[in-house]
Write a protein that binds this ligand. Structure first.
Ligand SMILES: Cc1cc2nc3c(=O)[nH]c(=O)nc-3n(C[C@H](O)[C@H](O)[C@H](O)COP(=O)(O)OP(=O)(O)OC[C@H]3O[C@@H](n4cnc5c(N)ncnc54)[C@H](O)[C@@H]3O)c2cc1C
Length: 366
């Protein structure tokens, strides 16, 4: 939706093809934490930091962007080795000019009154420039904006791409499940975890390799849990503890994830339920305000994760006219990537910032 809205703003005729409704796949369930926190190497950190600034700019340009929550992030570590790693990260990030510092327990309590910092933990890390997005609100606003700017929206069967119209190795348009052929000068494929299959359909000469997500034990799926009601003063910021990650969610709820919730698309319902209850127990240990809360929803979601951990953005070799954009941290990056992609498409230029992320790095040489 970011790319659609930006292309339309640049005066380019654009049609969004979406097989369901915009924002319902990875984006809807995302933790949506805006950060460049532990993103190596430096160039990828910088790209993510630019992503954070792009949201600040977009939110400022739109009146009352209720989806933008630059509330900061507090993280603490329990064991001595983990504390040492966290302190080293804070030092590295601060050295890169990224807002990051260690705070003592008193300041942590002032910043996040709901937090139950264990007595054994003397300090925490504070990242004031971070935050989160309410993605459902954001996507509806982007749909409205794109339509106002002249974009055409095709959803459901009318928007499901089932093939490409190609001639002489160049993509000239798409075929939809409604048997329509839509001609285009360029097709930008932002289909998340489905990008590899669409790229193959278009006859791309190189793969778009993602971390496996479909089979049992695959690493890309993650569990997201919502719980509530939250009683004041519930958490207001993004909070990372060793056993649970949490942030406020709309509707008086909290969004919960955990680093060790090992689930996939085949995990039995009873196990998912057990994990969801476990995350709520951990969240109660981490913050106040959840005493009356229960699990209101949980879901296994798939992260579109490039196999080498870096975004894949650019023209696809062997399928002229097909531009792909698939990435993890896609919430942090979307506004900035949309701007870079629009400039590349509108002006025919190449953005130096995108050089490390080109799809041709996966080209197999015979
Ligand atoms: C649990 C979880 C936690 C995350 N946490 C964070 C985080 O804290 N911070 C962060 O920045 N990122 C995070 N991410 C990653 C981020 O959410 C994703 O990178 C981002 O949402 C990807 O957006 P997308 O639009 O590329 O893909 P998606 O949101 O998956 O959208 C792809 C769309 O393509 C459509 N589509 C697919 N095939 C077709 C077809 N043939 N025809 C038409 N339409 C099609 C789908 O219906 C879907 O709507 C997280 C992701 C998950 C799952």
């Amino acid at each position: 939706m970011c790319v659609t809205a930006r292309l339309a703003e640049a005066g380019i005729g654009v049609t969004l093809l979406e097989q369901a409704q915009p924002g319902r796949a990875a984006t809807r369930s995302s933790f949506a934490w805006l950060n460049a926190n532990d993103k190596a190497p430096r160039a990828y950190h910088d790209l993510n930091h630019a992503g954070m600034r792009a949201w600040a700019g977009l939110a400022a340009s739109l009146d009352g962007a209720a989806w933008y929550r630059p509330v900061g992030n507090i993280e603490w570590a329990a064991s001595a080795p983990e504390r040492a790693k966290l302190e080293a990260r804070v030092r590295r990030l601060a050295g890169w000019g990224y807002p990051a510092r260690l705070i003592d327990a008193a300041e942590a309590a002032e910043l996040e009154p709901s937090m139950r910092l264990p007595q054994s933990v003397a300090d925490a890390a504070w990242f004031p420039g971070e935050g989160y997005l309410l993605t459902e609100r954001l996507v509806s606003e982007l749909v409205e904006l794109a339509v106002q700017r002249g974009a055409t929206m095709l959803t459901g069967e009318a928007g499901r791409v089932v093939g490409f119209d190609a001639a002489d190795g160049a993509v000239r348009g798409v075929q939809t499940a409604a048997a329509q052929v839509i001609a285009a000068d360029a097709v930008v494929c932002c289909a998340g975890r489905w990008v590899p299959e669409l790229a193959a359909l278009a006859g791309a000469a190189c793969p778009v390799p993602l971390v496996p997500w479909a089979e049992p034990g695959a690493a890309a799926p993650g569990l997201v849990v919502q719980a509530g009601p939250v009683m004041p003063p519930g958490p207001a910021r993004v909070v990372h503890t060793p056993e649970v990650y949490l942030r406020p969610q709309s509707g008086g709820l909290v969004h919960l994830e955990a680093p060790d919730a090992a689930v996939d698309l085949h995990t039995p319902e009873a196990d998912l339920r057990r994990w969801a209850e476990e995350l709520l127990r951990r969240a109660r240990r981490a913050v106040r305000g959840l005493e009356d809360a229960s699990v209101t929803g949980y879901r296994v979601c798939v992260r579109p994760m490039p196999a080498d951990g870096r975004s894949i953005v650019g023209w696809l070799p062997g399928a002229g006219g097909l531009y792909v954009a698939v990435t993890h941290s896609g919430v942090t990056l979307a506004a900035h990537l949309a701007q870079l992609i629009t400039t590349e498409l509108a002006d025919g230029t190449t953005a130096a910032e995108l050089a490390p992320y080109r799809p041709n790095r996966f080209t197999v040489t015979p």
